[in-house]
Design a protein around this ligand. Sequence first.
Ligand code: RIB
Ligand code: CA
Length: 313
Amino acid sequence: MALPIVIDTDPGIDDALAIMLAAASPEVEIRGLVAVAGNVGIDDTSANAAALADLLRLDCPVGRGASGPLRRRDATAAHDVHGADGLGGHRLPASARTLEPGIALLARLVDESAEPVTVVPIGPLTDIALLMDERPAAARRIGRIVLMGGGARDVLGNVTPVAEFNVWFDPDAAARVFAFGVPITMIGLNATHQATVGRAHLLRLFASGGPVADLVGRLLDGYHGTDADGRGGMPQHDSLAVAAVVDPAVVTTVPAFVDVEDRGRLTSGMTVVDESGRFGAINAEVAVHVDVERFRDLLDTRLSVLDATLRRG
Ligand code: RIB
Ligand code: CA
């Protein structure tokens, strides 16, 4: 029985790879995509999410979520990393889909599912916090939140020394999500920086040579993050979160108390991770180790199968 998931996303180059991995993995069933503002504005993240759904032939609904953070007024997009349009300049054919209001769609998908839904936020947590505020009963029905965000141990930040983009962009939302009480798995920078992927790790995909190979190759070539590993590898932030749902053995997690700094002059957006449990009740499983070869193999095999399927038309 495939696990029902809903992906909340700000595509976004690495978001696109994550959505492709989910589409290629029979262990999960994508019940919906909801776009949120983050890497680029909501118009572009919504258009990119819809276009990716078309490319991947997803028959799930697509929603348009929040256009900005709950409170923060100085959050800026990541055009420098993801390009003006969010996909490194590689525009996909525009979708004709009608997008639903994002929070209402999240609530509907969670409410109507017979099995608990796993929500996979891979952008700022604004939509998830709004769901918790506006539709708390629906939010409490979520089975687990597996989010890409924050940092722990040796890698804390990529926008500031201590703040990761998704949490930095909307720290108030992140604080609410961690405090709400739904089970959380946190895939932070300390994990994603172990999970670097370059062309050399996707040989089966590029041997397949179809539409997925073409897009992935262009996305990898178009990535301008400063966190690349210098050996042609791009840290796979969002697809590691999806991989942790598809194959939980890809990551090793530890229980921790996590809270979010939402007021600090220098520390706003920092995930404060206490593994001792002395400073708060355990509220998350935090990824601390990645089986990189297992992750790279999963990505290469799944994307190459998807590529062959789409190439056959
Ligand atoms: O810090 C990495 C995260 O920020 C990823 O989700 C990336 O897509 C950006 O949204
Ligand atoms: Ca993202």
